[in-house]
Design a protein around this ligand. Sequence first.
Ligand SMILES: [Fe+2]
Ligand SMILES: [Fe+2]
Length: 386
Amino acid sequence: MRDGPFTHGGICQRGMERRLDMNDKRRLLVVDDEHAIAELLSRHLEREGYRVSLAFDGDEALETLENATFDVVLTDIRMPGRDGIALLEASKQLDSTLPVIVLTSINDVDTAVHAMRLGADDYILKPFTLDALSVAVERALERRELILSNRRHREELELAVEEKTRKLRLALSEVQGTFNATVEAMVSSIEARDCETQHHCRRAREYTLMLAHRLGLRGRDLRDAGWGSLLHDVGKIGVADSILLKQGPLDDDEWGDMRKHPIIGYRLLSPIRFLHGASQIVLHHHERWDGTGYPYGKQGEEIPFGARIFMVADAVETITSVRPYKNALPFEAAEEEVVRCAGSHFDPAVVDAFRQIPRSNWISIREKYFADLDQTRTQDESAIVV
Ligand SMILES: [Fe+2]
Ligand SMILES: [Fe+2]
């Protein structure tokens, strides 16, 4: 005999009303193959204010659970077909927060303990009073409410964090966009003063990035190399047009002024925290490996690595582009010059990396910018030798 007698304990009227208030929307599923017992439990729980559904075996119970939402399941253990243990496992897979209370006879305590290990929230030994049943159901509901409210709280927090992160990213990308546009405008203003070198800075940046990447620069170092190469001549803002655009050779005084542009550029950029690394490249972009450059005559590894990389990229760009004083030369000429100057103008390690990059990579960057220029190409420019 699996089921013992049930007694209706004396629940006081006020307690009953309170439960009716609290539980009027809670849905319970009672599962027992003994119809009479299932119906007795159901009647009692309905009096307590719950909405109760019945199932008379494990399969029917599972189907019911799959089609509706419940707050507590009360199940007998021994049933034909899918028993209470199998139902417990299946229902926890459907909803891990759904409390399952197992009803079991006094001589089956081991099974009840096994059920608890599998995630049952409580067990009630038969025979039990209906009061005990009510208390177990209330306790299960309270526990579930706590779990659900914790989960809601966590989800709200996650949503709030997600929203804040999204707004922060948006704000950051707006700042970044404004910053990029400002820098691009600075570069355009440099290039506009000297239309013969249009796109020089942008091509030099791409060459520098390709070379820097080959040499293992990543993250912030790579970013600094990009900005530094793009802005390398920003200091020319402080050089008079009469010098900058002069068609003939510069005299000593004019050269003196021209050679100030790395320092002017450095002073412009170094106070901007985001451009501090780049400003080092700007400051040293005319130094030479053998110490014969300017403004400080630094040599070898005293010169920041980014600047040493840029020097090679800048030379390739200058040699293969047209200038007021020369035609553009083919890439082979640039290659020859860079290799010839390894160890004098250029860091030999950077020259090695330069030689490892296929020629077609350099040429495709160059062609990309000449495609841009096609729309504004002048008669003179058509004489460029590629
Ligand atoms: Fe320069
Ligand atoms: Fe340059």
